[in-house]
Design a protein around this ligand. Structure first.
Ligand SMILES: NC(=O)c1ccc[n+]([C@@H]2O[C@H](COP(=O)([O-])OP(=O)(O)OC[C@H]3O[C@@H](n4cnc5c(N)ncnc54)[C@H](O)[C@@H]3O)[C@@H](O)[C@H]2O)c1
Length: 257
């Protein structure tokens, strides 16, 4: 049912973790994927995993660079001719409650997790709108929020605020652009087995960390990146053609009770 053949997708932060899984999943389902990130060799590794026949391509760049959205859009339009899917995945976690959070932490977190998403959407929505008018095929945007867009973040006030903003950006854009043929949804992952989750736990053995984290999740374990990617692929596909403005938790039941 989930077929992305003939679609052109952009994924930000696709060199590792959830982003890399999204790139591989979308490429495997037939999309031509252009993904961004800062690490050239990690980008090359993901391209190799997708296979040359997939047409997956890496474009190096920092999503917070002011000229980056225009550069990315120009590159993709010149080489692929259209943009059907945008997945805003790149994000950073910063720790601290409201007293401990510095201005620099707050600014960096909001800049990466919110402002960069806003700027990229601003560059891509007009293209999807034009496509919709010309061909009846607009586009789908999937933002990666967090379970902390639904419940309060613990000791991560800037991160929680940034993901709450993504939730409302998603709903507001869905309302504004439904008639433009553009669907806008968000995935709210719970704890997922990636560098972001594990890097905080220092040298503790991976299996012990995952087992401990899994205890607080109703399904009894943290997510695998592919499980988040599968939900992204669904929302990006025509199978979700009547879904827009949704925040979909993929969190093993964490926010349900
Ligand atoms: N892992 C989790 O438990 C979890 C839970 C909820 C939400 N999320 C969200 O999922 C998304 C992916 O997280 P992850 O766990 O894979 O993290 P990760 O740290 O493993 O990967 C994040 C990716 O974003 C990229 N990135 C960060 N800042 C960037 C910038 N300025 N320019 C370009 N690329 C940049 C990184 O290079 C990396 O490729 C994030 O938005 C995160 O907030 C993760």
């Amino acid at each position: 049912m989930i077929d992305l053949s003939g679609k052109v997708a952009i994924v930000t932060g696709g060199t590792r973790g959830i982003g890399a899984a999204i790139v591989e999943m979308c490429a495997g389902l037939g999309a031509r994927v252009v993904f961004t990130g800062r690490d050239d060799s990690a980008g090359a590794g993901v391209v190799e995993k997708c296979g040359a026949e997939s047409g997956a391509r890496f474009l190096q760049g920092d999503v917070t660079g002011p000229g980056f959205p225009d550069l990315l859009v120009a590159d993709v339009l010149a080489r692929e001719g259209r943009i059907d899917i945008l997945v805003n995945n790149a994000g950073i976690l910063s720790r601290g409650d409201v007293v401990a959070c510095s201005d620099a932490q707050w600014d960096a977190t909001l800049e990466t997790n919110v402002t960069a998403v806003f700027r990229l959407c601003r560059a891509i929505v007009p293209i999807m709108r034009r496509q919709s008018t010309a061909t009846g095929r607009g586009g789908a945007i999937v933002n990666i929020a967090s379970d902390w867009a639904i419940v309060g973040a613990v000791n991560a006030v800037a991160y929680g605020a940034s993901k709450g903003a993504i939730a409302q950006l998603t709903r507001s854009m869905a309302a504004d652009h439904a008639r433009d043929g553009i669907r806008v949804n968000a995935i709210c992952p719970g704890d997922t087995e990636t560098g972001m989750l594990l890097s905080e736990r220092g040298a503790a053995p991976r299996a012990d960390v995952l087992a401990e984290l899994g205890k607080s999740i109703p399904l009894g374990r943290v997510a695998k990146p592919e499980e988040i990617a599968a939900a992204v692929a669904f929302l990006a596909s025509d199978a979700a053609g009547f879904i827009t403005g949704v925040l979909l938790p993929v969190d093993g039941g964490h926010t349900a009770w």
